[in-house]
Design a protein around this ligand. Sequence first.
Ligand code: NAP
Length: 460
Amino acid sequence: MSGELGSARNPLRVAIVGSGPSGFYAAEALFRSKHFVCVDMLEKLPAPYGLVRNGVAPDHPKLKEAILVYDKIARTPHFNFFGNVTVGRDISVEELRRTHHALIFACGAETDRRLGIRGEDLPGSHTATEFVGWYNGHPNYRDHAFDLSHEVAVIVGQGNVAADVCRILAKPVDQLRHTDIADHALGILAGSKVRQIHLVGRRGPAQAKFTSKELRELGDVMDCDPIVAPEDLVLNPESTAELADKNNTNNARNLEIFRSFAARSNTSKHRRIFFHFLRSPVALVGNQRLEGVVLAQNYLEGDPFHQVARETCEILELQCGLLFRSIGYRGIPIPNVPFDEGRGIFPNRDGRLLNGSGGVSLGFYATGWIKRGPTGIIGTNRADSVATVKALIEDLPIFPIAEKPGVDALRSLLAQRDRRYVSYADWLKIDAAETGRGAPKGKPREKFTRIEEMLAYVSD
Ligand code: NAP
């Protein structure tokens, strides 16, 4: 006889796929429920923390303090970490369904949206993901090559990821030396010849997606001028109406910041950041590699908050040797999990995954970017995960009550496959080694950038 589901005799066993903020906040919400819950968290990489480790810019250490909260959650009894395990390859969703009562997908948005224009894949054109992963020491991007011998770099997109990429290109390298930036990136950035960085937005200054703090920071980079043409700050009536809305204070603040940039007397400093508005790339050009980008002039069409960019025939060609596409992320599918190709998310209602015919797949949930798309800051994921866990707990009365084997079955399946997983205790050893490697250089850590290095460190 099974005990009540969610009791000490029959714990609720939940597998969480992904170990970024949304995964950890889901674990936290489960442990805070009144039920007896065991959580097994599976992660592709040997290291936990997702974008907090691999996405947050190295010069934003405060944001990485979220890790202290995640570490506390990971030390909760009945929490197990399985790093270096890819769901859909090392273990299937069906197997997890047999070993656990519920699965929460918290696997984020791992790839980039495409521009869909000619020349997009020319050498010299990169995704923001590649660059961010590279300077953050993500093993998948360790061997990417970035040729920073060009004077002009273009970044397409005006969101916070574009701001991060811009800052890392614009900052004096000495200001990055004592961060956790990967050593290989520091070496290349030290030799950078980039002098002009062009941040290109397809809509106007009132629609730029930067948060004000991040935008202001671009004006504070040492030895670097932000350049805005005053005539670009003239708004159409719809944009003026948007900025008058009391819920749109961030964008109103942004406009003030752009105005302050436009009013500066520029002093031809070492580097310059040019802001372009109402411009869309229509082609990347070059013979063997990137030589320039063709930008169409846009106008805005639509009601306030629904304005879209429409291209005109007027074009501008900007010569550049380096371009980063920073136009947002999308999720990637996992075998046998429904996927919304259009939005790049797992289709769901309030976090409950939907099957192909629009019905709910009992026991399957999503949270974070794979649930809602790539929006919001780290903290946004807490409320999102609380909502998903609330849905899961509401569903408990209709779950089959049978006990599930959980962590023991998971361990034996991985052992059968000879899959070396990284436990949380293993991770703590890697973590200590990274901080030890960083200390002599005055860095908070020197990350291992190859999976084999991490595994060798914890091999028995
Ligand atoms: P984002 O904020 O959505 O910005 C994407 C940018 O790309 C927008 O300017 C968008 O313009 C533009 N874009 C999209 N499709 C385009 C196309 N086909 N052609 C030209 N431009 C296009 O995305 P993100 O910068 O990747 O950031 C993702 C999330 O992470 C955001 O919520 C961000 O705030 C967060 N984040 C936060 C921090 C931080 O707190 N410091 C750091 C990094 C990221 P439209 O507005 O016209 O769509």
